[in-house]
Design a protein around this ligand. Structure first.
Ligand code: HEM
Length: 202
């Protein structure tokens, strides 16, 4: 085994801020949705809007960081992506329970397996932007109606925003489970805290 530095300081900061903001958004969103009553609708509404603005600012900052440092290359895959995703999925469904080695070894140039690459890419480029855009349409709904938008769109927009929020809950549960499938139960999480991880020698 050897120790490799996988996550730069900004990346760890961004990751945990993103997690914190998303938990705050899910929590306040659930209260706005009426699932429980804790701080009151008005306070939950304001909290939700402030954290949404914060998330947008952080996402733009993170995009800037990933592009300018070139780290976005970690998300690109050479060769047949589908074959690689299937290989990784088969490992999670089968090989992992037979103690087989991980099909893709981690190193400083390639820290994410193909399934992680596609999942995180979809989340960051499709899921979160869609949720933020729909949220902004919801927030400025009256202004948009004044500009000519059909008021009947309010319900579909609200349902879509809620659907995406539930999908995000699904992602978080799956994501936290998946992070325990590293070399040891906590090795991936430790890497996201310290930046360093022990990986198999090539
Ligand atoms: C709540 C919302 C969360 C979101 C949106 C999120 C998103 C992400 C993303 C995009 C990455 C890839 C970073 C990169 O390598 O470029 C990542 C990695 C990681 N996340 Fe999260 N995360 C969340 C919560 C959590 C939580 C609660 C934990 C642990 C308790 C966690 C643990 C990790 C770990 C260990 C990695 C390293 C790569 C891996 O093992 O998959 N995350 N996360």
């Amino acid at each position: 085994m050897r120790k490799v530095y996988l996550y730069a300081r900004f990346q760890r900061f961004w990751h945990w801020m993103q997690a914190l903001i998303i938990f705050a958004l899910l929590f306040s969103g659930m209260e706005i949705h009426g699932l429980f009553k804790l701080m009151g609708y008005e306070a939950a509404f304001h909290m939700h809007n402030y954290f949404a603005m914060g998330l947008l600012a952080f996402i733009l900052l993170a995009f800037f960081w990933y592009i300018t440092t070139g780290d976005f290359r970690q998300y690109l895959t050479e060769g047949n992506l589908l074959d690689k995703i299937l290989l990784q999925a088969r490992y999670y469904m089968n090989g992992i329970f037979r103690n087989e080695p991980h099909p893709f070894k981690k190193n400083e140039i390639s820290r994410l397996n193909p399934l992680q690459r596609i999942t995180y890419l979809m989340l960051t480029l499709v899921g979160l932007p869609a949720q933020i855009i729909v949220g902004f349409i919801y927030f400025y709904f009256n202004e948009l109606v004044a500009l000519g938008m059909d008021p009947a769109l309010l319900a579909p927009i609200a349902y879509f925003h809620t659907l995406l929020a539930y999908l995000l809950v699904g992602f978080v549960i799956m994501h936290v489970y998946m992070t325990t499938t590293g070399h040891t139960l906590t090795s991936n999480i430790k890497a996201m805290v310290t930046g360093w991880e022990e990986v198999e020698d090539d």
